[in-house]
Design a binder for this molecule. Structure first.
Ligand code: C2E
Ligand code: MG
Ligand code: MG
Length: 741
């Protein structure tokens, strides 16, 4: 287009400038200003007028476009243009306005400042355009004296700078907000620290190295509390995380981090920063290198960022504490049951072969607790926990129950032998040295299946089996065990309902005086006839009843049933007949055993001496004194006591001597071959022992006359066995008595 008609081209030479605004600086950085005008002369005069102008410490740099189209292209290509001095009327009447539209609408550049200029006042853009497109100024060229131009440019660039600052702050804050949101999702301390460093790098927008440093205690396993550790790192090629700060081998950094800790403030240097983070007693220092010094805005943003980080840092510690409470054992600081289940989950899923999981159950822990007090009990558990940790540092250890520990480790290291060795030496608890044994259940990776809870159950099955073993107190789980367990559970369930439905019977096996052949008593023996009419052997169901505790109620029923039978006998002519009932360990464990027996005798109004209790030696293994006390009380009430299966158990003679016994029962095992040459030694010894202890001796399991004859020779008092009679129901027993009296 033509140069303006009222061609006051010399307007730019009117020197009305305030020289103060034109500074003589030497800054390298510039502001890019685009001059758009179809009149080349306007370009040169504008440039001339603005020469030497420095705005906010920077000189101006000019780009030139001679049409609207050129201008659009230049703006697209140059992202650093801050100001466009734009002629309105060029190739078309609205070419300038189209450039404005393009900048704002297509390029979405809201920050670029625009000053519209026109030679003809008549071509003034509508006010709406000025408002809508955020035009800084609209000037007719005549208005643009040198002074006015400088002022306009100056104001426009300042306004650009403000917008840029606001934009930078806003973007920084957006980064902080979105960064904090993603940090909020991190619950582990190390992940949080790592995330913090990543966000920090984004915020500073430089390619830097940084370290997150804190005292290691509570964050890094086995960290001693006095040292500074590197919790997280960014930008370093070597792995430094989880190591002491000293590993970095940089005296300056180590010293500066510590000083930041003690001085409790950020420390800014041109090439590095030490940022102090503290909230609620949780403190850390972030060290980072800088390629460029930070702008004031960046520093301010950094402070905002760090305030948020400190809060998050405290939170993540508190979260860790909560999760420790949920997953750690309060006493030993080992993993707890919940955590062990999680570890077993991974154990079952991981590919790692040759792994094994174990449960370690201390024997008689409750005795220690009861006898020496809980404090000593706790000290013992802590000592055991420590001992277990000496096995191998790669084993994972947990306390799964009060006196049950869990371990996961390699099959070569976590073996029954290795564990047994750990229990060879006594444990120190307070003043005491306590010898402790344990039972071990194992499950190898190969057999572990399902979830952690299921694996725990599998090891438990092995452990329970180990507890029942007499010699080796360990067992490895195999899937067949589970079938066995299932079978046992079904049996117990069935026994419970059948007992409730009164399907158990008490049968009687006669006992005879050997020399006279007179029936002197009977042993009451339980019979379980299931709904399908089959008998299940007591040898099978009594251990299940004992295991499930059902034996307590069943035992009560047996005693009452036997007393009722004694009453029936007393009413007949068989008043001398004694009835023996078998008693199991769990019946003694329940405190009121003596009372229940005495009240059964009272209720049935029978002579106490007619009732005999048969106990086995094994009953003494658990808690001899409790059993002895109970038996002495019963004996004082004139109830008879017999020692069953004598010779097959493990108890010591010294304990046996304390028992208030009336009879010894020689086990069938010593009777079977008694008639054979040289096979009667044990029976003979027992019979002699019984005589010396002033006890009656009864032999069990006589099936042949030869056995009877040999027993007569040995001086045995009484006999019981199929040779005389098999166990029989009560009514048959009554008939038997009638026929044999
Ligand atoms: P036990 O107390 O040693 O009972 C003797 C067992 O030997 C009985 O087995 C009896 O039937 C069997 N027996 C007797 N004479 C002979 C013989 O000549 N030859 C052979 N082969 N066996 C003979 P049963 O009735 O199967 O009982 C097994 C065990 O179950 C009993 O051994 C006892 O320990 C337990 N038991 C039975 N009833 C009760 C009860 O009411 N309470 C408790 N706690 N245990 C019971
Ligand atoms: Mg018996
Ligand atoms: Mg027996």
């Amino acid at each position: 287009m033509q140069v303006s008609e009222n061609s006051q081209d010399d307007f730019l030479f009117i020197d009305d400038s305030d020289e103060d605004e034109i500074l003589d600086g030497t800054s390298k950085e510039t502001w890019q200003v685009l001059i758009v005008d179809d009149d080349p002369e306007i370009h040169s005069v504008t440039q001339l007028a603005l020469s030497d102008l420095e705005v906010l410490g920077r000189r101006l740099e000019y780009l030139h476009a001679y049409s609207g189209q050129d201008a659009c292209k230049l703006i697209e290509e140059n992202h650093d243009i801050v100001l466009v001095l734009l002629d309105v009327v060029m190739e078309t009447d609205d070419a300038g306005l189209n450039v404005v539209k393009h900048i704002r609408e297509n390029l979405h550049r809201q920050d670029i400042r625009i000053v519209l200029r026109t030679g003809q006042p008549g071509y003034a853009p509508e006010e709406s355009v000025i408002k809508e497109y955020d035009i800084n100024d609209y000037k007719t060229k005549t208005e643009l004296t040198r002074r006015k131009l400088v002022t306009t440019v100056y104001a426009a660039i300042r306004s650009y700078q403000q917008i840029a600052t606001v934009t930078e702050s806003r973007q920084g804050l957006e980064k902080i907000v979105s960064g904090s949101a993603s940090l909020l999702e991190l619950h582990s301390i190390t992940e949080y620290c790592q995330g913090t460093l990543k966000q920090l790098i984004q915020l500073i927008d430089q390619d830097i190295e940084c370290l997150f440093c804190a005292r290691g205690q509570g964050i890094i396993e086995h960290a001693d509390d006095l040292s500074f550790y590197i919790i997280a790192q960014q930008g370093y090629s070597s792995v430094l995380a989880n190591q002491k700060l000293e590993t970095l081998k940089d005296e300056k950094i180590s010293k500066q981090v510590k000083s930041c800790f003690t001085q409790k403030t950020h420390q800014y240097f041109d090439d590095s920063l030490y940022l102090y983070i503290a909230k609620g007693g949780y403190r850390a220092v972030i060290y980072l290198t800088l390629n460029e010094t930070l702008s004031d805005i960046q520093k301010q943003l950094l402070e905002v960022f760090l305030a948020g980080i400190a809060i998050g840092y405290e939170n993540v510690h508190l979260f860790q504490k909560l999760s420790n409470a949920a997953y750690k054992d309060w006493l030993t600081n080992l993993a707890n049951r919940l955590e062990f289940v999680r570890l077993l989950d991974t154990f079952a899923k991981d590919d790692g072969e040759h792994q094994v999981a174990a449960l370690i159950d201390l024997n008689h822990f409750s005795d220690v607790n009861d006898a020496l007090g809980q404090d000593v009990g706790n000290q013992l558990l802590t000592a055991v926990a420590q001992r277990l940790q000496t096995l191998s540092c790669t084993c994972k250890i947990a306390r799964v129950g009060a006196d049950v520990f869990g371990m996961i480790g390699s099959q070569s290291c976590l073996t029954p032998d290795a564990l047994l060795t750990l229990f060879e030496q006594p444990f120190t608890a307070g003043e005491q040295k306590l010898p402790i044994n344990a039972c071990f259940g194992f499950c190898t990776k190969e057999h572990a299946s399902g979830s952690g809870v299921q694996v725990l159950n599998q090891i438990n099955i092995a452990l329970n089996l180990a507890k029942k073993k007499q010699v080796e107190h360990f067992a490895y789980y195999n899937p067949e065990m589970e079938d066995e367990t299932q079978w046992r559970l079904n049996m117990i369930r069935q026994l419970r309902t059948d007992f409730a439905d009164n399907r158990l019977e008490l049968w009687y096996q006669p006992q005879l005086d050997l020399s006279s052949g007179k029936v002197i008593g009977a042993e009451a023996l339980l019979r379980w006839r299931t709904t399908d009419g089959n008998f299940i052997s007591p040898a099978i169901f009594i251990p299940l009843a004992e295991y499930s505790g059902l034996i307590v109620d069943i035992g009560d029923w047996v005693v009452n049933q036997a007393c009722a039978q004694i009453k029936v006998l007393e009413g007949k002519i068989f008043g001398d007949i004694t009835i023996s009932v078998n008693v199991s360990i769990p019946q003694f464990r329940r405190g009121n055993f003596v009372d229940t027996v005495l009240s059964a005798i009272k209720n049935h109004k029978i002579q106490p001496s007619k009732l005999e209790l048969e106990i086995t030696e094994n009953i003494l293994m658990d808690d001899p004194q409790v059993v002895i006390d109970a038996l002495v009380k019963l004996k004082n009430h004139d109830i008879s006591i017999a020692l069953d299966d004598f010779g097959t158990g493990f108890s010591s003679l010294s304990y046996l001597q304390k028992l208030p016994l009336d009879r010894l029962k020689v086990d069938r095992a010593f009777i079977t071959d008694i008639a054979q040459e040289g096979q009667s030694v044990i029976a003979e010894t027992i019979i002699d022992l019984g005589k010396k202890m002033n006890l009656k001796v009864i032999a069990e399991g006589i099936e042949e006359i030869e056995q009877q004859e040999r027993l007569l020779e040995l001086g045995c008092d009484e006999v019981q066995g199929f040779y005389y009679a098999k166990p029989m129901p009560a009514n048959e027993f009554m008939k038997f008595l009638q026929n044999n009296s």
